[in-house]
Write a protein that binds this ligand. Structure first.
Ligand code: NAD
Ligand code: GLY
Length: 360
């Protein structure tokens, strides 16, 4: 039996779906039966997560006429078209038809590639997310962005494809490496900054409990994060405008990830530095008090996150790499700043001079 602590809904008309948060939800046969209803199932995981959780999930899925487990090598380096093709090879060889359900068991890499595979296989099959990193639980599993990387850019080939359900097992965080937990906390902090000041204040108080992996605190942080994300996604599913606020710090962060090579810096670590730069720029524009920049730096440090870009990143390198961002429209760089703490805004008038001064 699981201990279900929260259930949320992502409200997208006919594509609406529940997000379940609680202990042992990944091994709850009733929850799985509700959303993985057909006899055919494909579980995609990787060679780190599968040894930890595949047995539990398999047992909870029960008897199926066709159950295929696709185990990918672990790592962002495998979020590629080649890996996608290898998923299709295995699923086709096993004989899955359009009634099959793809289940993603793992972090954001597994979730993103499995979602894209589900979107493409026979023009779209059922898809369920079982995220096992904090980052995937609070961000990538909710909202339907799926993708693989191209050698020339991250997440460049993908689709918006919503899951039928998201099962967030707080217990799975107990095995997560400390550095990965911190990377997920960066995205949690992001929600406070962009749209939920009371949550941000709560995080400033509750961080020690989150770092100690206390179940109730984790469930609360995940629920508040997913609720905020669900609200933004419901208002702007395909990122026509508002959804871009979820990318606070990401333009700076992607520049760091690109420069360092994916995998050196974790996504959440790069986002932490990027968020601090974005909030610093907001303060320089008089939008938030300077004291909030110092407070954010303190919070990120306490979470075990970096607050400085890598030493070899000059302002020129930052500016060059930021110019390649997906948010550049007609040559104008759009950045997410804070209009106030707990309120993001999208600007397109940041000058090269401002960036140069910020990054020097
Ligand atoms: P990840 O998937 O690489 O997982 C991090 C590491 O933790 C991996 O080594 C993984 O095997 C391991 N792991 C996962 N669960 C574990 C567990 N319970 N116990 C022990 N180890 C575990 O990284 P991530 O941070 O989860 O996701 C990053 C990816 O997510 C990137 O590819 C990024 O582009 C993508 N992303 C997508 C969205 C979206 O909206 N779709 C949003 C943010 C990030
Ligand atoms: N992680 C950003 C988004 O889902 O839009």
């Amino acid at each position: 039996m699981s201990l279900l602590m929260h259930t949320l809904h992502v409200d997208l008309q006919e594509r609406s779906y529940p997000v379940y948060i609680g202990r042992d939800v990944l091994s709850d046969p009733q929850l799985l039966a509700r959303h993985v209803s057909g006899p055919q199932v494909v579980v995609v995981s990787n060679d780190t997560v599968a040894p930890l959780y595949m047995d539990k999930l398999r047992t909870a899925l029960g008897e199926r006429s066709l159950l295929t487990e696709v185990i990918l090598p672990d790592g962002e380096a495998y979020k590629t078209l080649d890996t996608l093709a290898s998923i299709f090879d295995q699923v086709m060889a096993a004989g899955h038809n359009r009634t099959t359900t793809f289940v993603a068991l793992g972090g954001g890499v597994v979730g993103d590639i499995t979602g894209f595979a589900a979107a493409c296989y026979q023009r779209g099959v059922n898809f369920v997310q079982v995220p096992t990193t904090l980052l995937a639980q609070v961000d990538s599993s909710v909202g339907g962005k799926t993708a693989v990387n191209h050698p020339m850019g991250k997440n460049m080939i993908g689709a918006f494809y919503q899951p039928r359900a998201v099962l967030i097992d707080t217990n799975s965080l107990q095995t997560l490496p400390r550095r990965e937990l911190a990377a997920g906390l960066a995205e949690v902090i992001k929600y406070g900054l962009i749209c939920d000041e009371p949550f941000y204040r709560w995080l400033q108080e509750q961080l020690p409990k989150l770092l100690a992996r206390e179940e109730a605190a984790l469930a609360e942080a995940i629920e508040r994060s997913c609720a905020n994300k669900a609200q933004v996604v419901a208002a702007d599913e395909r990122e026509g405008g508002l959804r871009a606020i979820l990318n606070l710090g990401h333009t700076f962060g992607h520049a760091i990830e690109t420069r360092q090579g994916y995998g050196q810096w974790l996504h959440g670590e790069a986002v932490a530095v990027g968020m601090l730069l974005a909030v610093e720029l907001s303060a320089r524009r008089g939008l938030v008090p300077a004291a909030e920049v110092a407070a954010l730096r303190e919070l990120l440090l306490a979470a075990g996150l970096p607050v400085q870009p890598p030493p070899d990143m000059s302002p020129e390198i930052f500016i060059e790499l930021m110019g390649r961002d997906k948010k550049v429209v007609d040559g104008r760089l759009r950045l997410i700043l804070l209009a106030a703490l707990g309120e993001a805004c999208i600007v397109d008038d940041v000058t090269p001079g401002e960036l140069q001064a910020l990054l020097t």
